[in-house]
Design a protein around this ligand. Structure first.
Ligand code: NDP
Length: 394
């Protein structure tokens, strides 16, 4: 039994709160804290009376987070605020010796760089505090890392290539909207592409490489090569790896809007002067776009995220596809959220559950593939994210 402190009451925070309540034999006290209390109140009102407590916190301020952790006596912190808050929340966990989990790697607000460097640099401090930090326990990163570890454990002696394939075939009816935080989403998608081959990172222009992949239960979709953060840890931890790439599907309408916004400077992250005021174009765009949390009741269709791994088993070539399909409307019916928030929030709760139960343990900072994948895979089936494995022709 544990007291869990969830920080961030956005789309993912809603799913985490709902799912922690469904797992209240593990999390017997649940506190949801965020910058804006109204967001927490909305989520609290969707749940049975007394199921969760709420609080405000500015997670950019380590002292405030320390105070909150101590006040509520948290046994674990689930960070589902924004990547900008990772370091301050990690530091608060170190100071209070409280286990930590997040779903996205640290990013500096003024620089669109996704990397684990600053979080990995806290490994010693986590060890000294005797606590575990679990990084990237969402879907991708998160479940995709676990799929790779599962493939490595059960299907291969050596994995030579991995393609991570992320398809969101949901339709929300808007000409343009993002399924999770617009700032984070658009920074990721408009950045240069990058993949890893034979020990080197190879950079591509944004959306330069495209392949059509036939996603089970969804159909063929244009899938574009992007840089994605889980590749940085997987190249360290998967044996024999020669190449890893990440592909995500985008519809033509999304790409046309994004290109146009980029061309006129609306994706800029540096301040500009407007009528005597300083504004950041990307932040202003976020204000104009639909709130991702509002997409829930409108989104129809499915997500399908998985990995294709190819390598050797007992000297024979082997190729497998592990994937998970989720229906947006089923997610909304269960937790009042669309599928992208659902597929992120559920793995966060599973990671926290395994940590609280001691099935995943250790001191220091860990990526998901460093843990035994079997527990996580079992929980995915039990918690609403059943997966499939198929063998493909090599
Ligand atoms: P949202 O923007 O919907 O929610 C973020 C929440 O964090 C908001 O409620 C916001 O508060 C709160 N917040 C922001 N800054 C602070 C702060 N300084 N102090 C306290 N609270 C703060 O984002 P999502 O729910 O879509 O995403 C949450 C996280 O999940 C992000 O880090 C995202 O990158 C990650 N993610 C990971 C995925 C994966 O598969 N691994 C996939 C999708 C998302 P306010 O309401 O006041 O703005």
């Amino acid at each position: 039994m544990a007291t869990v402190l969830i920080i961030g009451a956005g789309g993912v925070g809603r799913v985490v709160a709902h799912k922690c309540v469904m797992n209240n034999t593990t999390f017997d006290r649940i506190i949801l804290a965020s910058r804006t209390l109204k967001r927490c109140e909305e989520i609290q009102s969707e749940l049975p009376d007394g199921a969760i407590e709420i609080a405000t916190v500015d997670a950019d301020n380590t002292a405030e987070v320390i105070d909150l952790i101590e006040r509520v006596g948290a046994n674990i912190v689930i960070n589902v605020a924004l990547p900008y808050q990772d370091l301050t929340i990690m530091d608060a966990c170190i100071a209070t010796k409280t286990p930590y989990l997040d779903t996205a790697n640290y990013e500096h607000p003024d620089e669109a760089m996704f990397e684990y460097k600053e979080q990995w640099a806290r490994d010693e401090a986590f060890k000294d505090a005797g606590i575990m930090g679990l990084l990237g326990s969402g879907f991708d990163p998160g479940a995709t890392n676990v799929f790779c570890a599962y493939a490595q454990k059960h299907f291969f002696d050596e994995i030579h290539t991995i393609d991570i394939l992320d398809c969101n075939a949901g339709d929300h009816g808007y000409a343009f909207a993002t399924n999770f935080n617009p700032e984070i989403n658009l920074r990721e998608v408009s950045a240069k592409g990058r993949y890893w081959e034979n020990g080197e990172w190879i950079e591509t222009e944004p959306m330069e490489i495209m392949q059509v992949w036939d996603y089970p239960e969804v159909g063929p979709k244009d899938s574009y090569l992007l840089y994605h953060e889980e590749m940085e840890s997987l190249v360290k931890h998967i044996k024999g790896l020669k190449r890893i790439r990440f592909f995500m599907t985008f519809g033509q309408s999304y790409l046309t809007h994004m290109k146009c916004l980029e061309n006129v400077g609306m994706l800029g992250i540096k301040e500009v002067e407007h009528k005597g005021m300083k504004i950041v174009p990307m932040e202003f765009l976020k204000t104009l776009l639909p709130d991702p949390a509002s997409l829930g009741p409108r989104t129809k269709g499915k997500t399908n995220i998985g990995i294709v791994a190819e390598g050797l088993k007992d000297g024979q070539k082997q190729k497998i596809y592990i994937y998970q399909v989720k229906d947006h409307e089923a997610c909304y019916a269960e937790v009042k959220s669309q599928g992208v928030s659902y597929t992120t929030g559920v793995p966060a709760v599973i990671g926290a559950k395994l940590m609280v139960e001691g099935k995943w343990s250790g001191t220091g900072v860990f990526n998901m593939e460093q843990m035994d994948p079997d527990f996580f895979m079992e929980e995915m089936n039990a918690q609403g994210l059943p997966w499939n494995i198929v063998e493909l022709e090599c």
